[in-house]
Design a protein around this ligand. Sequence first.
Ligand code: HAM
Length: 485
Amino acid sequence: MPLALDRVRYNSKKRFVFIASKFTICRYIFMPKMQPINRLKGFRDILPEDSHYWDFAISVIESVAQGAGLEKIEVPMLEKSDLFLRSVGEETDVVSKEMYVFDGSKNKGTSGKKDKEEQSQLALRPELTAGIVRAYIENGMQVWPKPVSLYTIGRCFRHENPQSGRFREFTQCSVEIFGESDPTIDANTIGVSWQMLTDMRITSAEININSMGCSVCRPRIKKILTDFFKKKESKLCDDCKKRLKKNPLRILDCKNEKCQALIAVAPLMIENICEDCKGHFMSVLEYLDEMGVPYNLAPNLVRGFDYYNRTVFEIITKNDTKRQNALGGGGRYDCLVEELGGEMTPAIGFGLGIDRIVEHLKTENIRVPKPKSKINVYVIHLGEESKKIALQIVKNLRKIGISVGMAVGKDTIKAQMKAADKVNALFSVIIGQREAVTNVALVRDMRDGIQETVELKELTERVFNMVEERKAEEEDYRKNKKIKK
Ligand code: HAM
């Protein structure tokens, strides 16, 4: 409070107190109100009311990933932009229009010197695959036993037009498997993505699947599509006219209505892939059938990045044709490791959009467990002396690993008891004024309200035993309940 401070500072000279206070009041009246600084467009705050949805989605993803033998990797958010140019593709929308790029040489460092790499262009990662492939090569994972199965969860950045389900900062889970081209790996990887969603009780998801061919058949597919679209060039949107010259496959991804009408009658990619790719794709479908993973054939499905070949898939929600609502997508990228400087290594992976998954959980009213408070003991006190003893108790219990909560205000015993109830404490320790002078505390079982008086010198050990017993009891109960189910 500046007013109070002014008074303290000039207390000895009353005249100053008056002037200073007047000045402060004027400042309050005439000073323009400070404008708050808002977050950037397309960036988000995840508020406590939503955090349990995030925790739930992430814990299911992690438990399925670990159950499938995937190991966790973390890669940087900032990389050299060349990494994404060479992998995702220079001409793709994600790289050419949406990537956050910085001129490294403009960053001021504290040392005054600049690293060589700071002279290059840097980019906030628009996706996670490229960084993981870089890390795979850079950390010598090529000599690890195959397959090398990795997953990560992290923030990505794309300067897109924000709208429902589409953000400039979003969180993805990425699964990447290196070193196997066998179709069982494709089916198994798709199965992992499916299990992640079904374990979250998302029942309206659908998998669309296709094969984009390989380096042998891709030139032929491109030629067939170029010939087809060239005859109808005048009907294509401006973007697709450019795509026709650079990469006709990308026309198949256009959402423009007129282009869509042409795409509907365009030659099917799947009919023009080579025999090897056809055989591989048929096996993937067969294994998916074996695993009971449902899918729709999407004979002209393409993905927006350059690195894909053969199997590609997308996970959308039923009756939802809007691309920005895809919950996930992925596919094979058998040439990417080599294209980024490593050895030829077949690979496959997928990404799931966690922001969209959370939106889906909320709008579909999918029940998500709310985290229970982990406070085992709540310490309640009344009066100054009791507060000091309470602080000692909290310190002692925390030291032996018991989670403890304590009221810090001057609430009544009743209000503190309510707080203990709210955090689902197993026990509360009460030190009233009488207890403070007699060196005892009351330990209350929050389940049935039964209280016992314990001497302060024995309190830590007694509470520890009570908490351990209760935890063991609850564990037994949970186990029995599971067995009966
Ligand atoms: P992607 O299809 O670009 O693939 O992204 C995967 C998922 O991330 C999308 O299906 C969507 O749920 C989410 N997503 C993408 N952009 C946004 C956004 N602007 N706002 C919110 N969510 C978004 C990839 O990124 C590939 N790296 C996947 C992959 C991994 N392929 C092989 N391995």
